[in-house]
Ligand binder design. Structure first.
Ligand code: ADP
Ligand code: MG
Length: 532
């Protein structure tokens, strides 16, 4: 099923609408009291240290709104040509077949015309912590009790998480072990303006999108900075190297190679309609061109119809042995419209194909687990190195469960300082502002266990800045804010870790008035960073 692509949220599956960049919900900080007054440190279930402040970033290097209109037109034109020729593309919603037939109804990906200034120390911090998060996910995935127990209350309140947990439990009953484990993650951050801290929004362990396109945005921006050097006076070298597509392809190849069957394929589990298909095709074109590894694209329904498990656990789909099953679907309830899709997910999980992610990796990336890991002494269960623990913890925003009555009370009083999140991926599911109050009060009234489906998170307020956003060939001057995602690639076998890296980045920029604004809804775009 089609969903809107939110560059900040619904990034996993896309449906580009024709709406222009315009304001919807307010993200204005002015409405709220000072977020530093949020009672993070007082909360007994919170591991957060007292609020710290870091040095403020330098002023923006450049105001794109001040660009001469002729020059802006030229840069925009060249950006559109570059995007069209180099495959920085998405399916055009206006074309009916653009989600199913490649080469039909293409449009340039929504982009920011020029890179976004970003503090170098924050970028380095996000890169440095990526391999630690990779390792953390791996270790959490091995602790079945931790996963089942942490999600036990959620299971009662959330049917989707419950189905995932059932598959996980089945694997435990079968004593199924994943010796070769592949993680293609993306950890997302915003920089809180008030404290200048880089704070994690979430860690994606399934279907981390845009690794195929985000490296192109960095290339595009570098190229524009070269071309218009005398006008812009920005140094192209300040845009960091971004090899996200190559690194994802390399990780997939290395995993395929661990499976050790030259005739096997990589299977991409996809949604029936996918307007973000070029992002995916980039990875598999690289996999073929660089490594001669073949891939097949299958929906869960097709896998159910065409898949079989051989006696030795080999997964065969449409006559092909599957070495790696890479999920770009399967993270949302809408991906399972019938039992057939659940059977396919179970079939894959039972097989000896390498899963990206395995059910345990998938669960380790849930928001509930993010919140559990933020409790005191939880990280210590999984990581030994004190520096590593401190680095991870430094990225944690305030996270709470809804059993914490003092936090719920505060969130009802000051809802603007919180985000309420269900166990969902793909964007558009969170609750903001006054809706937080309403939702909490309704839940309280009903007195059910519905609250277990949600977590509460400290709302992060990033600084806003001017930018030019390009959508459907038109440039829009907007006041924006950004979210940095850093990709992580992790591969290990029974004996050793084969790969554990930070692997490029994704910058997403949205109009500052949007809570979760999306590329599809016309609120957000792909971007790159300019280190300052
Ligand atoms: P999803 O899995 O749906 O992508 P996220 O946790 O990434 O869920 O939330 C979606 C979007 O909502 C983010 O990209 C960000 O724009 C916004 N958001 C999420 N958490 C916060 C927060 N704590 N403060 C401010 N904005 C947030
Ligand atoms: Mg997200």
């Amino acid at each position: 099923m089609l969903k809107q692509l939110h560059a900040f949220g619904v990034e996993k599956n896309i449906c580009f609408s024709n709406r222009s960049f315009q304001q919807n919900q307010t993200n204005s900080r002015a409405r709220h009291s000072n977020p530093s007054t949020i009672p993070m440190a007082q909360n007994s279930s919170s591991p957060l240290p007292p609020l710290k402040f870091e040095a403020k970033p330098p002023n923006p290097v450049f105001d794109p709104h001040g660009l001469d209109s002729n020059l802006l037109e030229k840069i925009a034109y060249d950006a559109l040509v570059w995007s069209s020729l180099r495959g920085l593309l998405v399916g055009d919603r206006a074309s009916q077949k653009s989600g199913t037939v490649p080469g039909v109804g293409l449009v340039h990906a929504p982009i920011s015309l020029l890179p976004m200034p970003f503090q170098e120390s924050h970028y380095k911090q996000a890169c440095e912590v990526a391999p630690i998060f990779n390792e953390l996910v791996d270790r959490v995935s091995l602790d079945s009790n931790f996963l089942q127990e942490s999600l036990a209350r959620t299971k009662k309140a959330d049917a989707f998480t419950s189905r995932l947990l059932d598959i996980h439990a089945k694997m435990l009953d079968m004593n199924k072990k994943e010796d070769i484990r592949l993680g293609l993650h993306r950890s997302d951050y915003m920089v809180d303006e008030h404290t200048n801290l880089l704070l994690q929004i979430e860690l994606n362990t399934i279907s981390s999108s845009f690794a195929g396109l985000s490296c192109l945005v960095s290339d595009l921006h570098r190229s524009l900075l070269h071309q218009f050097k005398q006008h812009l006076a920005l140094d192209p070298e300040r845009i960091p190297e971004n090899a996200s597509a190559n690194q994802f392809a390399e990780a997939l190849q290395k995993a395929w190679s661990e499976y050790n069957n030259p005739r096997a394929v990589v299977m991409i589990v996809v949604q029936a309609e996918e307007r973000n298909m070029y992002d995916q095709h980039w990875l598999f074109t690289l996999l073929m061109e660089k490594y001669q590894v073949r891939s097949i694209r299958k929906t869960l329904a097709e896998i159910d119809a065409q898949g079989e498990l051989l006696a030795d656990g080999t997964l065969v789909v449409d006559g092909e042995v599957v070495a790696v099953s890479y999920f770009r679907a399967g993270y949302a309830p809408t991906d399972y419209p019938s039992e057939s899709e659940w059977s396919a997910r179970l079939l894959i999980e039972q097989s000896c194909a390498i899963k990206c992610p395995s059910i345990a990796y998938h669960l380790a990336g849930t928001k509930k687990i993010q919140q559990e890991l933020a409790k005191p002494n939880q990280l210590e269960r999984f990581l030994e190195n004190k520096d590593d623990i401190a680095k991870v913890r430094k990225c944690f925003a305030g996270l709470w469960n809804l059993e914490d009555s003092s936090i719920v009370k505060d969130a009802i009083e000051r809802p603007g300082l919180y985000v309420m999140k269900p166990q969902r991926e793909g964007g558009g599911n969170n609750i903001y502002g006054d809706d937080v109050r309403v939702a909490l009060q309704e839940m309280h009234k009903k007195g059910t266990e519905e609250d277990a489906a949600y977590i509460l998170m400290q709302r992060i307020f990033p600084a806003t800045s001017p930018a030019i956003l390009m959508r459907e060939g038109i440039s829009h001057k907007e006041q924006v804010l950004s979210e940095l995602g850093v990709y992580g690639t992790y591969l290990r076998n029974k004996e050793k870790v084969i790969m554990n890296n930070h692997s490029g980045y994704l910058m997403r920029t949205k109009v500052s008035s949007s809570n979760e604004g999306g590329v599809a809804a016309g609120f957000a775009v792909l971007d790159s960073i300019y280190l300052v």
